[in-house]
Design a protein around this ligand. Structure first.
Ligand SMILES: [Zn+2]
Ligand SMILES: [Zn+2]
Ligand SMILES: [Zn+2]
Length: 249
């Protein structure tokens, strides 16, 4: 089974235990050998202190292959857009600058079941799109968005290296990966893929007359920066809180 490698010395990990060890609050994980050589985290520059060392068990490695196949994880580069009117439910139109093109580089798009599945080049581009469009109106129809989700690559699940360069599935499972069982979709998926919007977003609710284009990116920079940072760090912080509470008990 492949467990990845140290980001500094590129030594390959031979067991999942290194993936469960976190020497720093930022979540950056060099190998034990490298940690011992360094006084501070090379990623966030915090001094290494044993009081901050955490071991967080990785659920993925204790699952059977069939359980792994049932797991899904949220992919924040992907969005699912619902509520598009027939006039614009068309890939060529939606790719235009007036519509989804304004938020970033579109890597992939599919339309099925009256929904648009779009993949942006980066998570930030997808978030710009999601924050601007979620709960806005087009052709008097309410648009709602959620993040997309993916399964693990079958080769990866069985412990083999995946040789397909174009494989779109997930090839790593860190303890921070939030997995949910495919049958829990309705409950967990809504929770895991929902998009949190800043309060100022409420302005866009009133744009019912808007018919030429989708709303522009939200310009509230401070708010948005905070939110983007929150999105990136939230999973790890939440997990740390759970682990810390566990330690106190
Ligand atoms: Zn190393
Ligand atoms: Zn760090
Ligand atoms: Zn693969």
């Amino acid at each position: 089974m492949s467990f990845g490698e140290c980001p500094i010395c590129c030594d390959e990990y031979t067991s999942p235990s290194m993936l469960e060890f976190f020497p720093c609050k930022c979540g950056y994980q060099p190998c034990m050998f490298c940690i011992k050589q360094m006084k501070q985290c090379p990623h966030c520059k915090e001094l290494y202190q044993e009081a901050n060392f955490r071991t967080i068990p990785n659920k993925f490695y204790s699952m059977s292959e069939s359980e792994r196949k049932q797991q899904r994880i949220v992919n924040k580069q992907n969005l699912i857009i619902r509520g598009l009117s027939d006039d614009i439910l068309d890939e060529q139109i939606l790719r235009q600058y007036n519509f989804l093109g304004q938020y970033g580089t579109i890597v992939d798009m599919q339309i099925s079941n009256r929904q648009c599945y779009v993949k942006f080049d980066t998570e930030n581009q997808a978030l710009d799109c999601a924050l601007a469009m979620n709960f806005s109106y087009f052709d008097s129809k309410l648009l709602t968005l959620t993040f997309g989700y993916q399964k693990f690559c079958t080769s990866f699940i069985c412990g083999h290296k995946c040789h397909s360069k174009s494989c779109q599935f997930i090839h790593e499972a860190t303890p921070l990966t939030k997995m949910f069982h495919v049958e829990d979709e309705y409950r967990q998926l809504t929770e895991a893929t929902k998009i949190v919007c800043p309060r100022e977003k409420e302005n866009y609710h009133l744009q019912k007359e808007q018919t030429q284009q989708f709303p522009p990116k939200i310009q509230i920079q401070n708010q948005l920066q905070k939110l983007k940072k929150w999105n990136a760090e939230n999973d790890f912080i939440q997990l740390l809180e759970i682990v810390n509470t566990g330690l106190k008990d």
